[in-house]
Every structure is written in C-alpha cells, then in structure tokens.
Design a protein. Structure first.
Length: 472
C-alpha cells in the first residue's frame, strides 16, 4: 500500500536468473526457472544443448550405435542367419552426416522449447562482472550488461591436448574431429584408456578398423569395477584390439600418410590416425570467476557443493566445468537443484553415490551405489552376489556370453546399496537397481517384484533372491 492509502498495482520485480552455457545443466536450469516463475536469460555461443548434444554425447553414442549395428550383422551367422555379402560395407561419411544432422535437429528442438517457455536466449558468450552482473557479448560483438539475482555457470569443457601431440584435424584428432571423417580409419591408435578412449576404441573396432589402445595404467577403464574392466579388456583383445598397458605416449607425429606414436620406452607405433583421449579442460577461462569471488581449482574447475552452489551465495555452477561428476545426467540434476535452491523450493542435495553411470563399450558397463572394491576395503559391511550373463535364458537366445550382473546388499538390513551390470544395453538394465538404491529397497523387495520371463532382468531378481537372509 502506498503512502496515500492506494493499493499499488506495480508487479513485483521477478527473480532474474542468468545462465551462461546451454548444455544439459543450463537447459534444465532454464526450464526449472520458468516453472518457478523466474525471469530467465540463457547465454549460449554454439547452440542449445551445448557440446553434449552437438559434439559429444549425442553424436558419440550415435556412432557407437552404428558400430553395434555393424557388429550385429557380423554376428548374425551365429544365430543361423547368413547374408550374401562377403563383408559389411561401412560408409562413415554417411554415418557422420546423419549424426551431425541429428545433433543440429535436437539442438533446434531444445531452442524452440525454451523460446516457447519464455526463456530469452542470447547467442554469444558471457562473463561475470562482480557476482550480481553478467556481461553478455552477442555474436555480433555488441555487449550487454545484465543484472542478475542468480547466476548459473554451465560452460562445459573441451578436449585436453598435449604439446607433443597437437591435434591437426586430419591425422591427429580429438573427439571433436571424428565426425568429419569420411572413411573408416585403416588403423586408429587411441591414446587414453578412460571412458572416452575405451568407448571410441570399441566403436572403431566395431566399424572394422584396426585399433591400438595405449593405456598408461595397468588395465583399461581403471576407474571401473575391476571384474568389469578385466572383462572388457579380454573382449577387446579377443576381437583383435592391440591393448598396450603401462604404456605412455610421449609424442604423436603426422607423417603425411599416417601417424607415428612414440612411447615413453622408445617404442613406436605406426597407424593411419591417432585419437587423443586424455581428458577435458573446463571452459572457465575468461569468465572472471575468481575476480567475482568464486573459488576455482588449479585445473580451472569451479568448486561447488551438493546443491551446485559456489563460494558466492548467488552464483551456482553445474556440469563438466565443476569439480563434481562429469555426466550429462548429473549436470541436468545440478541445474534443476540450483534453481530450486535459489528460488526457495525443495532442493535435495545430489547424492553422488546414487548416480547411475554407464560406459558405452561393447558390452556396456553400468554401475550405481557402493562398489565391490569398497566392500573389500571394509568401507561398508555388505555382501556381493554375481550372476554370469551366459546363465540367463534370454542371453542364450541372443547368443550373448560375455557379461554379468552384481548386486551389493547391506549385510545387516539386506538393503540394496550398489550394483554392476556388464551386458548389451547395461544402461537400461541398471535402472531397476538404481531405483532400489535410491529408495533403499531390500533384496527381498527386489526379488518378489515380477520380471518378465525370459528377459535379462530376471538375472537381477535371481541375484536378489540369492542374497536373501533367512530369519533366525
């Protein structure tokens, strides 16, 4: 009410959220902001969806799907189906054209959705000016100062490169360059055996390339369940991949007709192409984060807590640019959580142990919750039960022999606290285990839930039944 007794009709100023970066976290934050009544401005320089849609998750998993299709044709003979062709023709140029078109189409769909919801999108880049203002630089160079009650940084990351192995886009490649290839490389050397390296090594092997995987560690996928990593390495070798463990690439040189990789022990490897998969660097340079009082690690990652809040109360950060788990699903959850928190809604802190993750090799590796290594090290009192995939009736019908399902249950209560799946489509099979972990279901509750017979999921109920503890 005003001083003269009249009721004011001026609408209260909306909570303005400015989001720098339109990847999964920025996109979900924008939608959540609109849902809660905020004014939302999203600044994105390449396209909504960010690298996850345009150059990373969507095209890479599309490439893997193409490799799986090729492998299915080759494996059909094991099921009694014989094709007249002597070999499976692979048109990588056509595959990549489809992948890029699919990525652009998805980005456009996301853009249209945000605009329909009322999000203002600025095509350009942004930087902080203090912790309540953002300077947006439009694509035409024009600058605009935005006042923000909340700032959310969602700028992602880019491939890490080495001075001694500089990518040239022709022979020495990062994952950004793969979608410009028109022919399957004759011999792809992959440097780096983490998730990215293992996935692309698996994909190019499936597409028919000779593949050498250079790993500086004792085995591929050192961060995964040991049994799963050992199985994947065995499968890789069984399919003809040359896996070099405890080998560090010192230099990579484009010879004109191919590449030469020199290892730390002096040995050299000749190939047609080399993919450098040695990690990522956050796109935080030039954002003026530290000047605004936002804590950043030596590597450039933004330090956040479990609701994605930084050291500045009104600045949040999500996704690969943070010191959190670099997964698109986690970034999306962080984006929503950040908005819920800043707007005073219910914001459940992200529990990393409940996050289901997947490695898209062939077969896939999916995991959630406590690991078997943690059980072995005494960090948690639990029991592990493993069922081999070859024991599953549906797997037998499909000719699948490599893989397993593990369930980890608390020794006292029988609560499901973790699980590992190694199988085709493990990314789908992990979901019921993730539901059990998130909702603290017991093995008996999982076991008494009906699974379709025959199906791969019956192995989950069988593992749960095996962990039943009879009443004393």
């Amino acid at each position: 009410m005003s001083e003269n007794g009249l009721v004011s009709t001026v609408a209260p100023k909306k909570h303005h959220i400015v989001i720098i970066g339109g990847g999964p976290g920025g996109y979900e934050a924008a939608l959540a902001g609109i849902q809660l009544g905020a004014q939302v401005t999203l600044i994105e320089r390449n396209g909504v969806g960010g690298s996850a849609v345009l150059t990373d998750v969507v095209p890479s998993k599309g490439l893997i799907a193409a490799a799986e299709a090729a492998a299915s044709v080759k494996q059909a003979a094991e099921l009694g189906i014989h094709f007249s062709m002597s070999e499976t023709p692979i048109d990588l140029g056509e595959i990549n054209r489809r992948l890029k078109a699919m990525a652009l189409e998805q980005s456009q769909e996301l853009t249209e959705n945000l605009l329909e919801q009322g999000v203002r999108i600025i095509h350009g880049s942004g930087r902080l000016d203090g912790n309540h203002h953002v300077i947006a630089t439009h694509a035409d160079g024009k600058e605009e100062k935005l006042e923000a009650k909340t700032v959310i940084v969602s700028v992602g990351a880019h491939p890490r490169t080495l001075e001694s192995a500089k990518p040239d886009g022709e022979r020495i490649l990062t994952w950004l360059d793969l979608y410009e290839l028109t022919e399957v490389p004759e011999h792809m050397i992959v440097v780096g055996s983490g998730v990215t390296g293992a996935e692309f090594a698996s994909a190019f092997l499936g597409l028919g390339a000779e593949v050498t995987l250079v790993s500086s560690r004792d085995m591929v996928l050192p961060g995964e369940d040991q049994d799963a990593a050992e199985l994947i390495e065995r499968v890789f070798r069984g399919k003809g991949m040359n896996v070099l463990n405890k080998s560090r690439a010192e230099t990579v040189v484009n010879t004109g007709s191919g590449v030469q990789v020199t290892l730390a022990d002096g040995k050299t490897i000749e190939g047609s192409h080399c993919l450098m998969a040695v990690g990522g660097i956050p796109n935080t340079a030039g954002l003026m984060l530290e000047e605004a009082g936002v804590e950043v690690t030596e590597s450039g990652h933004v330090v956040v807590n479990r609701v994605a809040r930084t050291s500045r109360a009104n600045v949040y950060a999500v996704g690969d640019c943070t010191n959190f788990l670099p997964l698109a699903s986690v970034s999306a959850m962080q984006g929503r959580t950040a908005v819920f928190h800043t707007m005073g809604d219910v914001a459940a802190p992200t529990q990393l142990r409940n996050v289901a993750a997947n490695v898209f090799t062939s077969p896939e590796i999916a995991s959630v919750g406590w690991s078997e290594k943690a059980v072995q090290e005494g960090l948690v009192d639990a029991t592990v039960h493993r069922i081999e995939l070859e024991e599953n009736p549906r797997a037998k019908m499909q000719g699948l022999t490599e893989g397993f399902i593990k369930i980890i249950a608390s020794a006292g209560s029988g609560t499901v606290i973790g699980g590992i799946v190694v199988a085709p489509r493990a990314s789908e099979l992990i979901y019921p285990i993730a539901l059990a972990v998130e909702n603290r279901l017991t093995v008996d509750q999982v076991a008494k839930t009906f699974a379709v017979y025959p199906s791969m999921s019956t192995s989950i109920t069988e593992a749960a039944r095996a962990l039943h503890r009879p009443l004393a």
